[in-house]
Design a protein around this ligand. Structure first.
Ligand code: HSE
Length: 302
């Protein structure tokens, strides 16, 4: 049996919503899994970042998702030929890991001939990824608010999905260098100032309310303030050369708000048009800092 699965890229955090908010966007990885009669594993990669995706099964996240499904059912995974047709930039803050994990789990369920609920898929995906804000929109699509509670066997993932606002566009500047989530998490502080936490609570609540309501004129009014973040970006922006100037350039070119996508290094800007000027402004600004970027004009996807 063979299956072909398409999973969207995602942008996590959306400014203040660290480890909680995420949105799927119109860029997709396509993964094919073909069951093999012998127990052998073959991993092939084509497209974006072919040299950056591990072919060793224990390090390949699509295979790990595949194997984790069978482990959770107490059975041995069958042999598989796995072909990753990669369009999502790797280790750039656009959820490429989440696309791999989710497709591996879902392919395993299909090959096993069983229905897997989105909730079970999400629970297993979070066990591998560790936080829900990329895997939740990869599983559910749209704009998703999620949270992780409890620990060990009592761990619970909650996720609430909304349709993304119509008329909202995203312009993503993808720098030519990678930034691992591990490194981007190690620079975060253990404690934060109370007033900073309060500002993030207000910002997250406003971003959720405004995105859920979906009125683009209201988003244009609210996002410039509400997408500000004091919990992670001040520590991560220094890891992304040229990012602070690029954010200012994107705002000057008309973006409502600009934020690090996931743990970076990509920046995501929100606009009410295709954002060509915003994309040019970010590319030129990064170039002045010696950083080459690729600009992606995307839409939130449902
Ligand atoms: N919330 C995560 C982080 C997203 O910012 O570290 C990256 O996977």
């Amino acid at each position: 049996m063979s299956v072909r699965i398409r999973v969207p890229a995602t942008s996590a955090n959306l400014g203040p919503g660290f480890d909680s908010l995420g949105m799927s966007v119109s860029l997709y990885n396509i993964l094919e899994f073909e069951e093999r009669s012998q127990g052998s594993i073959r991993i092939e990669v084509s497209g974006e970042g072919v040299d950056d995706v591990p072919r060793t099964p224990e390090y390949n996240l699509a295979y790990r998702g595949f194997a984790r499904y069978f482990e959770a059912r107490g059975s041995k995974p069958p042999g598989v030929r796995l072909h990753l047709n990669n369009n999502v930039p790797v280790t750039r803050g656009l959820g490429s890991s989440a696309t791999a994990i989710v497709s591996g789990l879902y392919a395993a369920a299909l090959i096993d001939g069983r229905d897997i609920s989105r909730k079970d898929l999400l629970d297993l995906a979070v066990q591998i990824e560790g936080h829900p804000d990329n895997v939740a929109p990869a599983v559910l699509g749209g704009f998703v608010v999620s949270g992780l509670y409890g620990g060990g066997d009592a761990r619970r993932v909650h996720a609430v999905r909304f349709d993304p606002p119509k008329g909202l566009h995203c312009v993503v500047a993808v720098p030519s260098f990678m930034l691992s989530t591990g490194l981007a998490r190690r620079v975060l502080p253990n404690e934060v100032v109370f007033a900073d936490a309060v500002q993030n609570v207000c910002g997250t609540a406003l971003v959720v309310a405004a995105l859920a309501k979906g009125d683009v004129a209201e988003l244009a009014r609210i996002l410039p303030d509400a997408m500000a973040d004091r919990l992670h970006q001040p520590y991560r922006l220094p890891l992304i050369k040229g990012s602070e100037l690029a954010i200012e350039a994107a705002k000057a070119a008309g973006a409502f708000a600009v934020t690090i996508s996931g743990s970076g290094p990509s920046l995501i800007a929100f606009t009410d048009d295709a954002g060509l000027r915003v994309g040019d402004a970010m590319r030129q600004s990064f170039a002045r800092s010696g950083v080459s970027t690729r600009i992606l004009q995307l839409k939130p996807e449902s």
